[in-house]
Design a protein around this ligand. Structure first.
Ligand SMILES: *Cc1c(COP(=O)(O)O)cnc(C)c1O
Ligand SMILES: [Zn+2]
Length: 560
């Protein structure tokens, strides 16, 4: 035995979080063999003799999450498939922290990984473990980032990937996954249904389904975030003399693997005697898919699944969190923490605030975290002196369309004034005028305020629309007189002055007679009613029970 060989050999078991059955790490493990639970946690018999010395050694290792390989589920380091993921910066928030009154707000910048999200951590651990087990084909269900990261690492490892996406997944994300040679299958259904179909497909074809291993890899990978954060905060506050947990770790949560892993990591450090506190965990969900937060607010340890998540933020669309919620709930009971939520709209506002104050362009799932932070500060859950670390989990590039709309880019066309080397002043001015003239003014008359605001939000998200809302026919007529809009959108059925009356009044007024009107109605119209509308109505849109992007698409078409 040379002195390089550890005196104890590493051994990895998987433990069911439900019934605590233990099995050996193996590719045939697809969940707990006894109770079927999907979430398994790795338990190590490792070769760390002296944790303090180990931490000192780690300081000198190359940047990558594999610096912590002793506590990761791999035996032979030659099987590691890596692109230098992990070791991301911990950035102190400037303007944003100051405006929130937080003295110690830190952003763990996971956007800086090879595929732009913290799923790179999961992918390097999962793909390396699968390579070690001799798996060469894998099925996953994903809302985007897992498939992209697995695609990239799978490509390097020569592992073929089948990725199943719910239809909510942004097209750009599916294309990015396809670029790596991943087989892309889009399922018209929810994320939970997509998982089910992926599982059936894997079973029927005899392909490895990344389920049990997925949770192991996810938890172990996300654990490295906690080691890095403790090291980085130790450098900032204690001259690198010890590891320091934050007071809070915050993350936007879907399946919950991130905070579960981070909690496990801090627990390990504590058990090693490396730290003496545990952070509170802050889980932020999208309000339209917040089964954990809703259960927490009711004081329940078991979450009720959301069948049809209403969020457009695909990354956070896990409707059924299963036992992940119980783990997090138990953690919060023992060490503190909180569950909160933010609407998609609040998230998009936060996205702009974070970009404009701190220079960080984040994806909607991360924007939800920031919106949750704003709420937790407002509610006094997070205090001014708390050391807060927020997982900046992903970059926005692939989904920018969602927030900026089609018209995020304005163009100035100078081609009419060609041949002149210098652009003539008046040409430039008229071009700039044309540009501002592209702003369209729309009056929306709708007594249902939710529907009205939705139309407003969707139109404004598309760029240069100024939307004026009116709650009834009388207000509507006044708004049309005052603002002279390019278009009027009106509901038909309203108390007092209804849509029919609005159109009659407009028709007889020379100032309003020429303005196109779009009528939206939920009811089938009679022939007489259609006749009555035909004089000024330019378009009739039959709305279903809800207003969606497609409906707005139609509206925008009418405007051009
Ligand atoms: C997966 C993902 C999340 C949610 O992670 P969980 O911890 O599994 O709930 C948040 N943000 C981004 C960018 C993600 O890719
Ligand atoms: Zn079990």
């Amino acid at each position: 035995m040379t002195h390089h060989t550890p005196s104890r050999k590493k051994h990895i078991d998987l433990e069911c979080i439900n019934c605590h059955t233990r099995v050996e790490l193996d590719k045939h493990v697809a969940g707990c063999p006894r109770c079927g639970e999907n979430i398994l946690e790795a338990r190590y018999e490792h070769n760390i003799e002296n944790p303090q010395e180990w931490v000192q050694q780690i300081k000198h290792r190359n940047p990558s999450l594999w610096r912590y390989h002793e506590v990761l589920p791999i035996y032979d380091l030659n099987n590691i498939v890596s692109m230098g993921e992990g070791s991301t910066p911990l950035i102190k928030s400037q303007a944003l922290g100051a405006s929130l009154g937080l003295k110690h707000l830190y952003i763990k910048d996971e956007r800086q990984g090879p595929t732009g999200s913290f799923k790179d951590r999961q992918a390097t651990v999962a793909i390396s473990a699968l390579k070690e087990m001799g798996v060469d084909e894998v099925v996953v269900a994903s809302t985007g980032n897992v498939a992209i990261a697995y695609g990239a690492y799978g490509a390097r490892a020569g592992i073929k990937l089948w990725a199943f996406f719910p239809s909510l997944t942004p097209g750009d994300k599916m294309r990015e996954a396809a670029l790596y040679g991943t087989e892309v299958i889009k399922i018209t259904g929810t994320y939970d249904q997509t998982k089910e179909i992926a599982a059936r497909y894997a079973k029927s074809k005899g392909i490895f389904l990344d389920r049990g291993i997925k949770s192991v890899a996810a938890i172990e990978a996300m654990k490295t975030l906690s080691y890095e954060i403790a090291e980085q905060l130790g450098n900032i506050y204690d001259n690198g003399e010890r590891l320091r947990p934050p007071d809070w770790f915050l993350q936007g949560v879907s399946g919950g693997m991130g905070p579960i892993g981070v909690g496990k990591g801090f627990r390990e450090m504590y058990d090693f005697g490396l730290t003496d506190t545990m952070p509170a965990l802050g889980m932020v969900q999208s309000a339209a898919c917040a089964p954990m937060t809703e259960a927490f607010e009711r004081g329940q340890r078991v979450a009720t699944p959301i069948e049809n998540p209403g969020t457009i933020i695909a990354t956070l669309a896990t409707g059924n969190p299963g036992r992940a919620y119980e783990l997090l709930y138990d953690y919060v009971q023992e060490f503190g923490g909180h569950f909160t939520s933010a609407t998609d709209e609040e998230a998009f506002t936060a996205m702009r605030v974070v970009a404009q104050m701190d220079g960080l362009s984040v994806e909607p799932a991360t924007a939800v975290t920031f919106a949750g932070l704003f709420r937790m500060v407002r509610e006094g859950v997070i205090k001014p002196d708390d050391v807060v670390v927020l997982n900046c989990s992903g970059h926005t590039l692939p989904v920018e369309k969602q927030i900026l709309g089609d018209q995020w880019q304005r163009s100035v066309d100078l081609s009419d004034h060609d041949q002149t080397p210098a652009v003539p002043e008046e040409g430039l001015l008229s071009a700039l005028e044309q540009m501002t003239a592209q702003v369209r003014r729309v009056v929306v008359i709708e007594d249902n305020q939710d529907a009205a605001r939705l139309i407003q939000r969707l139109l404004e998200a598309r760029g240069s629309y100024e939307v004026i809302l009116a709650r009834n026919g009388a207000e509507g007529i006044e708004a049309i007189r005052r603002h002279q809009p390019d278009l009027v959108i009106t509901d038909l059925m309203m108390p007092d002055v209804d849509g029919f009356a609005v159109i009659d009044i407009m028709k007889d007024d020379p100032e309003m007679g020429g303005i196109p009107v779009v009528v939206i109605t939920a009811k089938e119209l009679t022939a007489q009613e259609r006749d009555r509308l035909s004089t000024q109505t330019h378009h009739l849109l039959q709305k279903g029970s809800f207003i969606d992007e497609e409906f707005i698409e139609e509206l925008v078409d009418k405007l051009d």
